[in-house]
Design a protein around this ligand. Sequence first.
Ligand code: GSH
Length: 232
Amino acid sequence: MITLFQFPRAFDVPNPSPFCLKVETFLRLTGLEYQVKAVANPGKGPKGKLPFIKLDAEVIADSAIILRSLSERLGLTLDSHLDAAGRGRSLAITRLCDEHLAPLMVYFRWLDDEGWAQVKPAFFGRLPAPLRLLVPRLVQGKIRKSLQAQGLGRHNRDELLTFAREDLQALSDLLGAAPYFGGVQPCSADAAAYGVLANLILCTVQTPLGRLAREFPSLVAYCERLRDKFWA
Ligand SMILES: N[C@@H](CCC(=O)N[C@@H](CS)C(=O)NCC(=O)O)C(=O)O
């Protein structure tokens, strides 16, 4: 049995974390049976982040390692229709979503005023009074430092939105008229793409990045398609 440890559901998407939603979408795309355990504190994970899974007795952390481990150990065929170029394209789409678009989403939720005004009460509003003041500042400070170190945090808001427009245009062009990034059937990249795109397009948190993503009709239709087929 697979147990997925992830943040509690929020904001009308199955998970507010693109990485948790990526793994759970992968489990649904592959038809694997799993159970979910909600964890509020990422510090409980072996790498200090969520998601992680328990596969039989073994704990596996990091969405990329989870997808690879499950595919190898269980002989999954989700990507078997891809040729070498298709596998390369799938990896490039996954990395764009995980390593660039997801950190941009983090910036607009946690550091930009509009997103922070919604995220702060949702995640910390139920803490007792002294913690309610302290913890959000600590977490926001940690995120600011990590985005500075990663590099995106050094750019201004307009530069970040320009990067985001390029990412979204690239995803829209790569999808083209196909129903999935895998073509007529989904592949692993669809798990990563849905993880972040649903968090921009279907999520109730209002941010400039979410509004920008909704300007791409094919990406909106894509999110609705995956939601209706795999999440209904
Ligand atoms: N590379 C990791 C990234 C996971 C990640 O960044 N998770 C975030 C939530 S979206 C987290 O747990 N952050 C907590 C922290 O950094 O303290 C993966 O693919 O699973």
